[in-house]
Design a protein around this ligand. Structure first.
Ligand code: 4AD
Ligand code: MG
Length: 445
């Protein structure tokens, strides 16, 4: 009896008779030989059907196979360095084949399709090798996030999705009707985690986050996943230490566990190998100086115009892209102008126009992957900020309470999963880093 196995464990079965269950990815017809590329969710393997070695029925079934037909296949595992798909080179010499369903006219052909077509067929596109590879890296990123936090004293606290107020600015809120009252899909669990640290010390929330981003960029989704660690008795320097350990662990875990997927994606992994602590740290002011130098040195007028920035503005993606090209590791930019960031950020001592904020920018032009800060711990200053930002005090009564009962310096950050996956995979667009992306012009499928 052939042993039922999954393709990812095929190396353990050299010489053995095995059965796999899966789908036909591609077939090459060489007359008496049929080369079947079969995938089963865990990997891809070549199955060779030789006319002389199978019954006429099995050979006919192999010849009839269309792309994405489902099948059960049995045969002998043999090592063949030239065989595509499995690292180390294994293939299956087929002895038996059963077709479960013959797929008809699968819309995604092995040719170039436009992105809109592929996005309309996202429910099928996820089967393609490169999409499969990206989403497997994503799963590993998610697990690495939890592993690191769970083993470094951070307790997982899930925060609400339906919220009464804005956290990250009122312009990107998704409003919904909550029994006659307005409620908003969460932009961030941070404010709730600031409550949870007083019970647990270090916490994190991890879930979907919503922003009504009205711009069409490669870096923005309207629904994305964010992990937000928050820690009591933590300042900006300690926060950066946590972040660099955390991000390095995520990257190194992917290099170790997803080498096959990164190879499929053609990722230059030497760039990722450099992602180890410490990361360079520069102030916002220093970043402006670097941008000024780049503008001075370039003859590219378009770039010059794109990089124009006045003190006080937040960076756009052209600024981040050019800045990160100066470093071969992720770089921390700290001390942003207060007005460019959120209401809750602690001011820089002696320089109230600056906040104790920090963004982590990924190398190779990938831009911001985390945003964080020290939080205001003084209740009066917090009330003043709410007024300045035009936010209703009533909605934040509970949040101000936190500053009355044992307030402590504290800090936290949020890391965007899709931005991180996009960078690790070396792909161009966030939309491929989540199974079913939500964007300005897309809620289907
Ligand atoms: O910088 P942001 O807006 O920070 C916060 O939400 C804080 N409350 C986090 C905190 O301190 N607890 O978002 C954090 C990260 C960004 O660095 C980016 O990686 C990701 O979330 N992000 C997005 N990812 C995809 N699409 C969008 N529209 C995103 N907006 C932010
Ligand atoms: Mg940010």
């Amino acid at each position: 009896m052939a042993q039922l196995i999954r393709i990812q464990e095929i190396a353990d079965y050299e010489g053995a008779e095995v059965t796999i269950q899966g789908w036909l990815y591609h077939r090459t017809d060489k007359g008496k030989l049929q080369f079947l590329q079969v995938r089963d969710g865990t990997g891809f393997v070549q199955c060779v059907v030789f006319k002389q070695e199978v019954t006429p029925e099995v050979f006919a079934a192999a010849q009839s196979l269309t792309q994405e037909s489902s099948l059960v296949i049995s045969g002998t595992v043999r090592k063949d360095a030239r065989a595509p798909g499995v690292p180390g080179g294994y293939e299956i010499g087929v002895t038996d084949l059963k077709v479960i369903q013959l797929a008809q006219d699968y819309p995604i052909q092995p040719k170039e399709h436009g992105v809109e077509f592929l996005m309309d067929h996202r429910h099928l596109w996820v089967r393609s090798q490169l999409q499969w590879a990206v989403l497997r890296v994503r799963a590993t990123v998610v697990r690495a996030i939890r592993d690191w936090l769970d083993s470094h004293g951070f307790i997982n606290m899930d925060t609400p999705i339906l919220t009464p107020a804005a956290c990250e600015g009122t312009t990107t809120l998704f409003a919904t009707d909550y029994f006659g009252e307005p409620a908003y899909l969460t932009q961030s669990g941070q404010l709730y985690n600031e409550a949870n640290i007083y019970a647990f010390g270090r916490v994190y929330c991890f879930g979907p986050t919503f922003r009504a981003e009205k711009s069409k960029t490669r870096r923005h989704l309207t629904e994305f996943w964010m992990v937000e660690p928050e820690a009591a008795f933590c300042d900006l320097d300690q926060l950066m230490e946590i972040e660099e350990q955390f991000v390095s662990y995520i990257v190194q875990t992917c290099l170790r566990e997803r080498a096959k997927e990164l190879e499929l994606l053609g990722r230059d992994t030497s760039a990722l190998e450099k992602v180890v602590p410490p990361f360079p740290r520069i102030s916002y002011d220093e970043a402006l100086e670097i941008l000024r130098r780049i503008r001075e040195q370039t003859t590219d007028e378009e770039l010059k115009a794109l990089l124009a920035i006045t003190w006080g503005d937040d960076f756009g993606s052209p600024h981040e892209t050019e800045l990160t090209k100066q470093f071969d590791k992720p770089v921390f930019v700290y001390g942003y102008p207060a007005r460019a960031k959120a209401f809750y950020m602690e001011p820089w001592p002696g320089r109230p126009e600056i906040s104790k904020s920090v963004d982590l920018l990924a190398p190779e032009g990938y831009g911001e992957i985390t945003g964080g800060s020290e939080r205001i711990s003084d209740p009066d200053l917090l009330l003043q900020r709410l007024d300045e930002w035009g936010l209703p005090r009533e909605a934040f009564t509970w949040y101000i309470d936190l500053r009355k009962y044992g307030s402590v310096p504290h800090a936290g950050f949020g890391l965007g999963v899709e931005r991180t996956v996009t960078w690790i995979c070396g792909i161009d667009h966030l939309r491929e880093a989540i199974p079913f992306p939500r964007m300005l012009k897309r809620v289907y499928p």
